[in-house]
Unconditional design. Structure first.
Lengths: 126, 362
């Protein structure tokens, strides 16, 4: 299971890479493996300001539909358009080409509530 | 949870296992899309041992099967297979199944795993002619080898000619060194191939032989996930989704297996005849999404004004077409190919066109 050390994680299996006052968000390697072949990513919240836990999009695998939840509050400033034609990018490279949105962080204090590499690893290994 | 004879092999091969109607079954091995494509272009092997098998034998076996089956069993000759369904006495469907005629007094009924107990009670309840019934579901394993190369590859495992067998026929043959294997040119994928029945004790041996014979052609083990996308792409009904205890075969587009021939006095015949003559309010139709969206079971179908005109029973992203496809019960004005409908997906509606399956012809 690939869990990069330089990222933060949510219990909903999203990862987050902080870049100044912005953060890039995607789903973890564990999540993409659980979902199986991803066939559709829908994000229609560009420019919207959302709170932690709000649904910012949906990911559809062949057999399932799952909500994507904000790991912290912020404004969606960019959506990975390449996933429109190639949603399988999330399966192939969940931490790279498979990134889903970029947000402007609302409150940096919320970053402290996210899991680090070790805590996320522990959470999925139960 | 019940296990098929191949459970340990699936785990060894890295299958992702799930519970499916009380059985521990592989939902996927490598990935649904790659498995789907392998069956469409080469061949794949499915463990479908969860399916149920009933024998009906004796001088009155025909009368019983004819009575519980909508199709005309008298049209069958030895070595032929027929698709049919059990009407439930109230105009609904107990299950859909295959009938194999071994000879005049011996029939095999192959039923869905989800309905084995219900079907068994049903056929026994209607057995007022004293046919000999036996439930062999726990003793028989079944493999489906499907794909354009399936029969050619299976020919390597038997001296009997199987490569040019007609669709929906079967033979009892020696296969991979095992005697009395039922080799049937049926399937649930729309890509051709066969279904093979054997005693549980021989399942592992035959499964290994099939994988080995197919290796040079790129055979893969296939899970239930791809079984569902393959059947839907070909427009085959799934019991529990597209048909159930409340749907009639006439509404489900199964009029072709509901035969009102002389002497075919099956349960609910008059009711279905009246439906055929007078029409039904909703019918099961296929549709293809015209925008990037995936329909799912129970999503509402609406017209351009938002009025509800139907309900989705099955839906997926077609791995071959890369388009959303599905089946839905629709009101009469929308039955024609090309009719414009809209699927309610979460907080929006997505445009689709009615299209008669198969959605993909491979």
């Amino acid at each position: 299971m690939n869990i990069p050390e330089n990222l933060l994680y949510s219990e909903d299996h999203e990862w987050l890479r902080v870049e100044g006052d912005e953060a890039v968000i995607g789903i973890t390697d564990f999540a993409q493996k659980e979902l199986g072949d991803i066939v559709y990513i829908e994000v229609e919240t560009l420019d919207e300001t959302l709170e932690k836990g709000d649904v910012f999009g949906t990911v559809e695998a062949v057999k399932t539909v799952s909500d994507l939840m904000m790991p912290l509050g912020g404004t969606v400033v960019e959506v990975n358009e390449s996933l429109g034609d190639e949603p399988e990018g999330v399966n192939k490279d969940p931490y790279g080409e498979g990134w889903i949105i970029k947000i402007k962080i609302g409150d940096t204090a919320e970053l402290d509530k996210l899991l680090d590499h070790a805590a996320y690893k522990a959470s999925i290994e139960g | 949870m019940k296990k098929t004879a191949l459970n340990a092999m699936h785990r060894q091969m890295g299958a992702k296992m799930v519970e499916f109607v009380g059985f521990d079954m592989p939902v996927q091995f490598e990935g649904i899309n790659i498995e789907h494509e392998t069956v469409r272009t080469k061949l794949g092997v499915f463990d479908v041992s969860h399916m149920g098998e009933f024998w009906a034998e004796g001088p009155n076996a025909f009368d019983l099967v004819q009575k519980v089956s909508t199709n005309d069993v008298s049209a069958l000759t030895d070595g032929k297979v027929q698709y049919s369904c059990f009407p439930n006495g109230n105009g609904g469907i107990v299950d859909d199944f295959l009938v194999y005629r071994f000879h005049e007094e011996k029939y095999l009924l192959v039923v869905n795993a989800s309905n084995i107990d219900k079907d068994w009670v049903h056929v026994n309840k209607h057995n007022d002619v004293s046919a000999q019934l036996s439930n062999a579901s726990d003793d028989i394993s079944q493999l489906a080898v499907q794909g354009p190369l399936a029969l050619k590859v299976m020919q390597k495992l038997t001296d009997e000619p199987v490569e040019d067998m007609e669709y929906y026929t079967f033979k009892v043959i020696e296969f991979a060194g095992v005697k009395d294997v039922v080799f049937s040119t049926t399937g649930y994928t729309g890509s051709g191939g066969c279904e093979i029945y054997m005693p549980n004790a021989d399942a592992e041996k035959i499964y290994k032989a099939v994988l080995e014979a197919g290796e040079e052609y790129g055979i893969k083990p296939i899970g239930l996930g791809a079984r569902d996308t393959l059947r839907l792409e070909s427009g085959f009904c799934l019991y529990g989704n597209d048909i159930n205890d409340n749907t009639s075969p006439i509404a489900a587009g199964l009029g072709w297996i509901t035969k009102f021939t002389d002497g075919n006095d099956f349960i609910d015949r008059e009711l279905f005849e009246a439906q055929k003559a007078n029409g039904v309010p909703r019918r099961l139709k296929g549709f293809v999404m015209q925008e990037r969206a995936i329909p799912r079971q129970h999503y509402e179908v609406v017209d351009a004004e938002g009025n509800v005109i139907g309900e989705v029973t099955s839906g997926t992203m077609s791995p071959m077409l890369k388009q959303g496809i599905g089946m839905a019960y629709l009101d009469r004005p929308y039955w024609k190919d090309g009719s414009e409908i809209f699927i309610k997906i979460r907080n929006k509606t997505a445009r689709a066109l009615v299209q008669r399956p198969p959605f993909y012809k491979g």
